[in-house]
Design a protein around this ligand. Structure first.
Ligand code: ADP
Length: 167
């Protein structure tokens, strides 16, 4: 049984086995949460990501966590959908990000994983819809991950995730 927790804060401070980043297809680092994770992990992360790139939207690939503080051992890079109005498969692509990230976490043997609110920043996915999809996709994915932490960066995002968890 996977326990889903919603927390407010900076994902780079999470005490988990693996942190998921909202990457772009190059896996070289970007803005937002991806920029914060790359800054905390150091330049090895972009080198390792670049060697695995490209990563398609909805897919996920893992690298070591480099200078991120233990117990974080892995960064799982997933590429969200760019929101184009909702009729281009964005919902399915976002659900796939969560599903594939958990599959990769299983391959790594990670028992705790922290996710940001993928695609809800620069990629423009409506946050309430994204929160519902995140929770539903995690619940629908069979996984050995015991603890999933959904990390909201502001109180509005946290409240949307808490509502989705209740629903
Ligand atoms: P995307 O390009 O997938 O939209 P962004 O990084 O622009 O990714 O935004 C995704 C979410 O991550 C946003 O809700 C943003 O507020 C949040 N975010 C930004 N920095 C951090 C951080 N350090 N920790 C957790 N969440 C963050």
């Amino acid at each position: 049984m996977t326990d889903i927790e919603v927390v407010l804060g900076d994902i780079t401070a999470e005490d988990v086995d693996a942190i998921v980043t909202a990457a772009n297809e190059s896996l070289l680092g970007g803005g937002g949460v991806d920029g914060a994770i790359h800054r905390a992990a150091g330049p090895g992360l972009a080198r390792a990501g670049g060697a695995l790139a490209p990563c398609d939207p909805g897919d996920a690939k893992a690298t070591p966590a480099f200078a991120l503080d233990p117990p974080v051992r892995h960064v799982i890079h997933t590429v969200g959908p760019v929101w184009e109005g909702g009729t281009y498969g964005e919902d399915d692509t976002l659900a796939s990000c969560y599903r594939r990230s958990l599959e990769v976490a299983d391959e790594l043997g990670a028992s705790s994983v922290a996710f940001p609110a993928i695609a809800t920043g620069v990629y423009g996915f409506p946050p309430e819809r994204a929160a519902r999809i995140a929770v539903a996709a995690i619940r629908a994915t069979p996984t050995r991950v015991q603890r999933v932490r959904l990390v909201a960066f502001d109180e509005d995002a946290r409240d949307l995730l808490l509502d989705a968890l209740k629903g």
